[in-house]
Design a binder for this molecule. Structure first.
Ligand code: GAR
Length: 210
């Protein structure tokens, strides 16, 4: 089976979706490492109690983003992953991190990119009066939340929605689409090219596959 490294900063429900997908056999992979920048991340405890190797590299102990990124690359590389999964990892990454894992580094972002890169995506969708919201899995490039999209899932915005109620609707979709994107990459169906993401030889549209 392929080896996954999963990076988290908090709750880790997307990490849990990967644990479940591996357990069901939907993903022919095992989780070699769960790494967090945050010693208090709840997901670290969940991973450890599932018997998964965990590590924490606290970004506050580093003088620069580059030094932090280099420490993470060293730790992750020891575990020789086939795929590096950002799952609610809330630090901005520099090329020091991104380049060594180019083409095998995925992120999930809770908006219909290119709308709403950055933070507070659900509140921004509500403030804009959007009729739908959603989530994007994309390849990571040095451009923040700007790498080529792979899959998007859409949900309706309902009257009376708050950022929390919308987030709860979106996260259910996150847990479905993220392991699917990872499985495509592990099966060799998906790759990152200079032109963008390629699935089964065809370019993926700029909005990702619906
Ligand atoms: C998820 O909604 C993920 O899309 C988002 O953080 C949440 C983490 O939840 N990621 C970002 O905002 C990345 N900038 P989880 O810890 O339960 O997976």
């Amino acid at each position: 089976p392929a080896r996954l490294a999963i990076l988290i900063s908090g709750r880790g429900s997307n990490m849990q979706a990967f644990i479940d997908a591996c357990g069901r056999g939907d993903l022919n992979a095992s989780i070699a490492l769960v790494l967090s920048n945050n010693p208090g991340a709840a997901g670290l405890t969940h991973a450890a109690s599932a018997g998964i190797t965990t590590a924490c590299i606290d970004h506050r102990e580093y003088d620069s983003r580059e030094a932090f990124d280099a420490a993470m690359v060293a730790e992750i590389s020891r575990h020789d992953p086939d795929l590096v999964i950002l799952a609610g990892f809330m630090r901005i990454l520099t090329p020091v991190f991104i380049e060594p894992f180019a083409g095998k580094l995925l992120n999930i972002h809770p908006s219909l990119l290119p709308k709403y890169p950055g933070l507070h995506t659900h509140q921004r969708a509500l403030d804009a009066g959007d009729a739908e919201a959603g989530v994007t899995v994309h390849f990571v490039t040095p451009q923040l939340d700007g790498g080529p999209p792979i899959i998007q899932a859409r949900v309706p915005v309902k009257s009376g929605d708050t950022a929390d109620s919308l987030a709860a609707r979106v996260i259910q979709q996150e847990h479905i689409i993220y392991p699917i994107a990872a499985s495509w990459l592990l099966q060799g169906r998906l790759r990152l090219s200079k032109q963008g993401a390629i699935l089964d030889g065809d370019p993926i549209p700029a909005t990702g596959i619906d």
